[in-house]
Design a protein around this ligand. Sequence first.
Ligand code: ZN
Length: 287
Amino acid sequence: MIKFQILLVQHQLYKSGLSLNQINQSIAVSILIASLIAYLSYKVKFLTLSGSIATFILASLIFGLGGISWSVPILTFFILSSLLSKFRKRKNLGVENFFEKSGVRDHMQVLANGGLGGVLVILNAVYPDHLFYLLYLASLSGACADTWATEIGTWKKTPTYNILNGRKVEQGTSGGVSAVGTAGALLGGLAITISGIAWTDISYLQYAGLILFAGAAGSFIDSILGATIQNQNRCPKCEKITERTVHCGTRTDHFRGLRLINNDAVNFLSGLAGVILILFLNSFIKL
Ligand SMILES: [Zn+2]
C-alpha cells in the first residue's frame, strides 16, 4: 500500500517536470508531515490508533499527490473539527449517550469523511482535470457541514426537531435538526469554501455557490438519512433511543432503520451526494 503510494506520487511529480532529487524530497516532506499529524492527533486523543493509521495513509496521499491546494482544505476540516469536538465535550458531554462513538475518531470515521477525497486525489493524478478539485471540495464541504452541525448544534441544550415530521426529539438523535445546528452546518460549508478559494479556476461567485450548496445539501441529506434508514437502538433499561450497541451496561435492542447503515455510512453517503450533485450540475453548465 505505502509502496504503491510512493510510486504513484513519483509518477505524478515526474510529469510536473521535477528532478528525481526534488521528487524524493517532496515525498519525504509529505510523509513526514502526515506522520507528524497522525502522531499528534493520537497523542491529544483526536484519533484512536486505527484512526491515526488511516489518517497517515490518507494524508500522505493527499499531501503528496495534491500538494498545497489539496492539503489546506482537508487540514482545515480536520483541525477545526477536532478542536470543536474537544470544546463541545467540555460543555455538553451528556449528549454523547446517543452517539455510537465518542469524539475520538477511529479509522471508519476517518474514511467515511476523507475516503472520497483519497479516491479523487488519485483520479486527478492519473487523469488531471480541475473538476476533481471541485468534487473534492464538495465532498469535504458536506463532511464538514455534517460534523459542525453536530458539534455546534450540541454545544448546549437547544430545542431539536425531527427533520421529516417536525416532532420534538432529544438532542443528539439522528435526523434531529435545530437552528444552532443548521447555523453550524452553514459555517462548516463556509470554512471549506474559504479554504480552497485561492486555487479555484472558475469565477469566485460560481465557486462559492457550488461548494456552499454542496455543504448544505450534504448535511440536509445526512439528516434525512438519519431520520429514515440510519440504525437506531433502544436501551431496555432506560428506554432511551441511542446509536450504541451497549447502554447502561446492557445490550441495546434494534429499534428502527437498517442495521448496516450506521453513522459512518450516513456520513459517507452524504459526501457522495455532494459529489453526485456537482457532477449532475456539470452536465448542464460545463464547470
Ligand atoms: Zn440506557
